[in-house]
Design a protein around this ligand. Structure first.
Ligand code: NDP
Length: 489
């Protein structure tokens, strides 16, 4: 069912002049090789694939497809660098390289933010103000640990695992690279990193920064390609596999490494409940709901994709939410006024479209504000479903798009039962005036992160990770060192 009570024009009353970000700050090459042993090299086969700007469908560059032989080459380079150079190097020396990388990222942050926006589709406001500051902060933070590992609580002289194979998704391409690389390098591991096939460019520019920082050859290798390249990396002679992505691929990887000596961490999907009690500060909660699900077009594993509202305030809250959504600006991701950018790929758009249609077919009420979608590129309007029930696909499956599923509850116990009624357990949000209720809810919710009166807050000092089908292992904080050290926790 579609709710037709929508405004016909954006309703915030302001007319914004275009505020385009200049793109000449970044030099995109027409073709990128593989970054192995400190150099960009041609792949052994002749495979290349194109990466496009999802906001325009324009081809940006061609990027090498790493074959299993290329993966072996990268792992061999990482092995040599680990045993001969990086492993034996004192932590205080490793720290200097990490600080240098962090500073170079900060210096080149506008260039990287623009590149991220062009390759991913996310608004420049987010890549500039959220992703990039966190990327350099991660390197700064873990640089600080490199010479203090003996004080991290993992024994007096914890040792690195060796070579880490790291596979990252397309939703926060550079940030996920930082989450993976910084703790691995700080702890004395070397790395082979595979970015997602639709968003390889910022990782490849990070390779240039790694060269600029004079990191010894082979310490970081970046190989591009599709799922088969990721699978080859999982199967290669690595000591550790770190994966962020879908639960289905995470499970397949877990099966592949079962019975081997490889250590594994998985950061997978989510279906987070964002829970609003009747005593919550409503204006603040509205901003948290919007940030929770429409940040990064909802391509966020910890997105607050299930809104649970206490029944007594459901109506006024939904009205305010609709009014607020009507002020969001969807369009050119390079415009500094844009709130909602492009969907990352045609495949992801298809998946979001199919799940939203399933929501209508199953009887939920669908609403989107009036908004013109650009003619080219991949776009989906911010969408809210109300009258949803827990059995519907939109309440159970990760949509990974700008789609919010709303349900109501009457008591705190019911809120907890509904919030935990999911195979996932990555994050949750609680909005209430009562501190005791926040603490009680945080204890009841089976989620790795529980935000209270805020949402989607990240800091390198804070561990992040899931329960149940959201995966295992933690990234960030002191805890984020453990998956890269020979420790039992
Ligand atoms: P995937 O899990 O397929 O992709 C994540 C990474 O794994 C990519 O680098 C991918 O490469 C790689 N990969 C794919 N297959 C394999 C394999 N068999 N072995 C090793 N690595 C592999 O996610 P999708 O991009 O297909 O997205 C599908 C859904 O997953 C989304 O709709 C969303 O629901 C969820 N998702 C969740 C994320 C999260 O952070 N929790 C992140 C991304 C997606 P390639 O890009 O070349 O396929």
């Amino acid at each position: 069912m579609t709710d037709t009570t929508q405004p016909t024009t954006p309703t915030d009353g302001f007319v914004y002049a275009p505020a385009p970000q200049a793109t000449d700050v970044v030099d995109i090459r027409s073709s990128y090789g593989l970054f192995i042993d400190g150099e960009f090299v041609a792949p052994e086969g002749d495979g290349f694939r194109k990466t496009v700007n999802p906001a325009t469908e324009e081809v940006l560059a061609e990027v090498a497809d790493a074959s299993p032989a290329d993966v072996q080459r990268a792992v061999a380079a990482a092995r040599r660098a680990q045993t001969e150079v990086w492993g034996p190097m004192p932590g205080s020396e490793r720290a200097k390289y990490l600080y240098r990388i962090a500073r170079l990222i900060a210096e080149r942050s506008r260039e990287l933010a623009v590149l991220e926006t062009i390759d991913n589709g996310k608004p420049i406001r987010e890549s500039r103000d959220s992703d990039l500051p966190l990327v350099s902060a991660h390197f700064f933070y873990y640089a600080g640990w490199a010479d203090k590992l003996g004080y991290a609580g993992y024994g007096p002289d914890p040792q690195p695992l060796g070579v880490a194979g790291q596979i990252i998704p397309w939703n926060f391409p550079l940030l996920m690279a930082a989450w993976k690389l910084a703790p691995a390098l700080a702890t004395g591991n070397t790395v082979v990193l595979k970015p997602a096939e639709t968003t390889p460019l910022t990782a490849l520019h990070l390779a240039e920064i790694i060269q600029q920082a004079d990191l010894p050859p082979g310490v970081v290798n970046i190989i591009t390609g599709a799922g088969e390249t990721g699978q080859a990396l999982v199967d290669a002679d690595v000591d550790k596999v770190a994966f962020t992505g879908s639960t289905a691929v995470g499970k397949a990887i877990q099966r592949s490494v079962a019975g081997t000596a490889k250590s594994l961490t998985l950061e997978l999907g989510g279906k987070a409940a964002n829970i609003v009690f009747d005593d919550a500060p409503l204006d603040q909660a509205i901003e948290g709901i919007v940030n929770g699900i429409f940040f990064n077009q909802g391509h966020v594993c910890c997105a607050g994709s299930r809104l649970l509202v206490q029944e007594s305030i459901a109506e006024p809250l939904m009205e305010r939410l609709r009014t607020r959504l009507s002020t969001l600006r969807l369009g050119d991701p390079l415009d500094k006024n844009t709130d909602i950018g492009a969907i990352n790929s045609a495949e992801q758009l298809e998946r979001i479209t199919a799940l939203a249609s399933a929501g209508e077919e199953e009887g939920a009420t669908r609403w989107s504000p009036a908004c013109d979608l650009p003619d080219r590129g991949y776009w989906f309007p911010p969408t809210i479903f109300s009258d949803a029930s827990q059995s519907m696909r939109i309440a159970r499956e990760e949509i990974f798009g700008p789609v919010l599923t709303t349900m109501t509850f009457r008591t705190p116990d019911e809120a907890v039962a509904k919030a935990n009624n999911t195979p996932y357990g990555l994050s949750a949000g609680v909005w209430t005036d009562k501190g005791s209720r926040i603490l009680w809810m945080a204890q009841q919710l089976k989620a790795g992160v529980v935000w209270s009166n805020t949402f989607n807050r990240f800091d390198p000092t804070s561990p992040f990770g899931g329960y149940k089908e959201s995966g295992f292992g933690r990234e960030g904080g002191r805890q984020g060192l453990a998956p890269y050290l020979e420790v039992t926790i």
